[in-house]
Every structure is written in C-alpha cells, then in structure tokens.
Design a protein around this ligand. Structure first.
Ligand SMILES: CC(C)(COP(=O)(O)OP(=O)(O)OC[C@H]1O[C@@H](n2cnc3c(N)ncnc32)[C@H](O)[C@@H]1OP(=O)(O)O)[C@@H](O)C(=O)NCCC(=O)NCCS
Length: 170
C-alpha cells in the first residue's frame, strides 16, 4: 500500500539512499562524474537530511510503499522566484524510484505538498527543472506548471540550463 507523510528523522539514511539513486538514474547520462558524485554526497548526506527535518519537517514529504520510502518531495520555504520577483516556496526536489513510476506517486506527492501549502496560506509554488529532462517537464505541465523563464545552474565544470516553472495553488 502507498501512503504519504512528513519525513521522520529516523528515515534520513533511507531518504539519502533514495535521493542519490534517483539523481544518478536521472542525470548520469555519461556515468558518475566527479561533479555529480561530489554534489550528491554533500547535498544528500544523512547529516544534511537530518538537519533539514529537524529545522522543519514540512520541508520533506515522503511516499512510502509498505512503510519503505519510494518517493520524496522537498520544499524550501521563503525563497524568491528568480524570474517573477515574488516570495514563494520552491518545490526543489521531486524524486520517485524508477520501479514505482506511473503509479501516481509523483502526483500524490505534489497533491500532499499543495494541500499542506494551501492550509498555511501560500498562493504560489515554483520550481526549476533541467530543460533536457523531458519526462519531468511534461509531468509538471500536466500538473498546471507553466514555464516563466530560464536560469543557469552552475556546477563544478558544467552549467545546466533550467526552466523556471510556476503555478497558482489557490
Ligand atoms: C517526474 C516523476 C517525479 C514522475 O513521477 P511518477 O510517480 O512516475 O508520476 P505519476 O505516476 O504521478 O504520473 C506519471 C504517469 O502515470 C500516470 N498515473 C497516475 N496515477 C496512476 C496510477 N494510479 N496507475 C497508473 N498510472 C498512473 C499518470 O497519468 C501519468 O501518465 P501520463 O504521463 O501519461 O499522464 C518521476 O518520473 C521521477 O522521479 N523522475 C526522476 C527525477 C526527476 O526528474 N524529478 C523531477 C525533477 S526535480
């Protein structure tokens, strides 16, 4: 059975493995580069996830299959959208394990996040998505996000072009 809920600190090690796995499956078209390895080792470390949950458990929504994490949505509050100069939460990660694609896990995570944000009075949600990630761009468009511009995401040696997408959640 698939369920949804806020992350618990004790889940951090499992969330760390999930995020690293989905990241590499999605982006490592040329294998595991140093810039990807360095980025995910730091950004998806157990310590980083623990401190995110401790600071505000609303920042990580988890999808579980039989109580095991299969998908993660990360929200960052108090962000300024880089295109429209408004303060709104960012959907900074939406990662589902590949074997659970197409079962409504991504849809369920977005819905949980939007319900939670609406209750706390937020009116917009925005995100950045890699322009070459066609599956994710199509998924977000189906969920009402509209591209409002593009920004660069610089890493160690390469720079990646992202769409900035936004939707109203009122
Ligand atoms: C993009 C991503 C989050 C989508 O997750 P997902 O769980 O596969 O999404 P869903 O299952 O909700 O929707 C995908 C499809 O399944 C269909 N679907 C939804 N509920 C379903 C269900 N219960 N049973 C079968 N299919 C279903 C949807 O209609 C949709 O089909 P469509 O594309 O033909 O419209 C996922 O592919 C992913 O994690 N990708 C890698 C990471 C990434 O790129 N993240 C985004 C950038 S940060």
């Amino acid at each position: 059975m698939i369920t949804f809920g806020r992350a618990k600190i004790t889940d951090s090690i499992r969330i760390s493995v999930l995020l690293k796995t989905v990241y590499i499956q999605t982006y490592a078209a040329e294998g595991v580069t140093f810039e990807f390895a360095n980025f995910i080792t730091k950004r998806f470390s157990v310590e980083h996830i623990e401190s995110t949950i401790a600071a505000d458990p609303d920042q990580l929504m988890i999808a579980y299959f039989n109580d095991n994490p299969i998908g993660v949505a990360e929200i960052i509050f108090g962000r300024t959208c880089p295109i429209k100069n408004i303060n709104a939460p960012e959907l900074s990660k939406l990662y589902v394990l590949e074997r659970f694609y197409g079962k409504g896990v991504g849809h369920g995570l977005i819905k949980e996040v939007e319900d939670m944000l609406r209750k706390s009075g937020h009116e917009h949600l925005w995100l950045e998505v890699y322009t070459k990630n066609g599956r994710a761009v199509a998924f977000y468009e189906k969920h009402g996000f509209i591209s409002i511009g593009e920004v660069d995401f610089p890493m160690e040696t390469n720079t990646y072009r992202n769409y900035v997408m936004m939707r109203s959640i009122t």
